[in-house]
Design a protein around this ligand. Structure first.
Ligand SMILES: C[S@@+](CC[C@H](N)C(=O)[O-])C[C@H]1O[C@@H](n2cnc3c(N)ncnc32)[C@H](O)[C@@H]1O
Length: 226
C-alpha cells in the first residue's frame, strides 16, 4: 500500500467558492443526482461543463507505467463519468481491455463515443466483476460519495477485484483551514476527514492498494482561482 499522487499532472480547477456557497444546500441536492446539472450545468452545481479535452492523457501514461499495463490487461475505472480517462488509457495502451462503472445514466448516455458499450451501470459497493480479474482498478474522487460503511464496502470491493492493484483518490483535509475550505466547496461527498481517518478506513477494508488525497487549496475569500 503506497500513498502517492497519480494525478500530479491534472490541471488545477478554477473555483468560485463564494458563488457556490450561496446556494450550497440546494446545489448539493441537485448535484447528488449525478444528472445533467452535475456534469453539464453550472459550476455551482458541479463541473460546469464536462467535455473531453485530452487532460487525462498524461495521467493515463503515468497509470500505464505505474501498473505496467499492456495489451490484454483488464482495467476498471469506477465512477468513470463520461469515460475520458478510459478513452485515454485505450490510446496509451493499445489492446487494453477497459471497463467503466457508473451510477449516472446521464454520464453513460453522454460518454465519449470511443468507450460506448464499455461502461456498466452500477454502484461502487457491488462490483459486477470476478475476484482478481483486473490488472488495476481506479477510483478517482468517487468512494467518498458513499456513507462511511458503504464506503468501506466499496474499498473492499476494489481490493477483491484487483488485490494490491487499486488506486483510490478521495477528499481529505489536513487542518481546520483546509476543512473550512472543503466544507464551503463540497457538493457530493458524504465521507471525508483527515488522512488518518482514511488510513483507518483502508485498514478496516483490508485494502492493500495505492491511494492519495484531493485537498483543496485554501482560497482567499473573494472569487478565487486554484
Ligand atoms: C467527482 S466525479 C469523478 C469522475 C472521474 N472519476 C474524475 O475523476 O473525473 C464522481 C463520479 O462518480 C460517480 N458516482 C457517484 N457515486 C457513485 C457510486 N456509488 N458508484 C459508482 N459511481 C458513482 C458520479 O456519477 C461521477 O461520475
Amino acid at each position: 500500500m503506497a500513498e502517492f499522487n497519480l494525478l500530479a499532472k491534472y490541471p488545477r480547477a478554477k473555483r468560485n467558492v463564494v458563488a457556490r456557497k450561496l446556494g450550497q444546500a440546494e446545489n448539493r441536492i441537485i448535484a447528488r443526482q449525478f444528472g445533467r446539472e452535475y456534469f453539464d450545468g453550472t459550476r455551482e452545481q458541479g463541473y460546469g461543463g464536462y467535455r473531453y479535452d485530452g487532460r487525462w492523457l498524461p495521467i493515463a501514461r503515468d497509470i500505464a507505467a505505474h501498473y505496467e499495463l499492456s495489451a490484454g490487461d483488464r482495467v476498471l475505472d469506477i465512477g468513470c463519468a463520461k469515460g475520458f480517462l478510459m478513452r485515454d488509457l485505450m490510446e496509451v495502451v493499445p489492446g487494453l481491455e477497459i471497463w467503466g462503472l457508473e451510477i449516472s445514466q446521464y454520464a453513460i448516455d453522454n460518454c465519449h463515443p470511443e468507450v460506448r458499450g464499455r461502461i456498466v451501470r452500477g454502484t461502487a459497493q457491488e462490483l459486477p466483476f470476478v475476484s482478481g480479474s483486473m490488472a488495476a482498478v481506479l477510483s478517482i474522487n468517487v468512494v467518498h460519495n458513499l456513507p462511511y460503511e458503504a464506503c468501506v464496502e466499496a474499498v473492499r470491493e476494489i481490493e477483491r477485484v484487483a488485490p494490491g492493484r487499486g488506486y483510490i483518490q478521495v477528499d481529505a483535509y489536513r487542518n481546520d483551514d483546509e476543512r473550512d475550505a472543503f466544507l464551503d466547496w463540497v457538493l457530493t461527498a458524504e465521507t471525508f476527514g483527515k488522512p488518518d481517518m482514511w488510513s483507518e478506513l483502508f485498514r478496516r477494508a483490508r485494502y492493500t492498494g495505492d491511494y492519495y488525497w484531493t485537498i483543496l487549496e485554501i482560497p482567499n475569500r473573494s472569487d478565487s482561482a486554484e
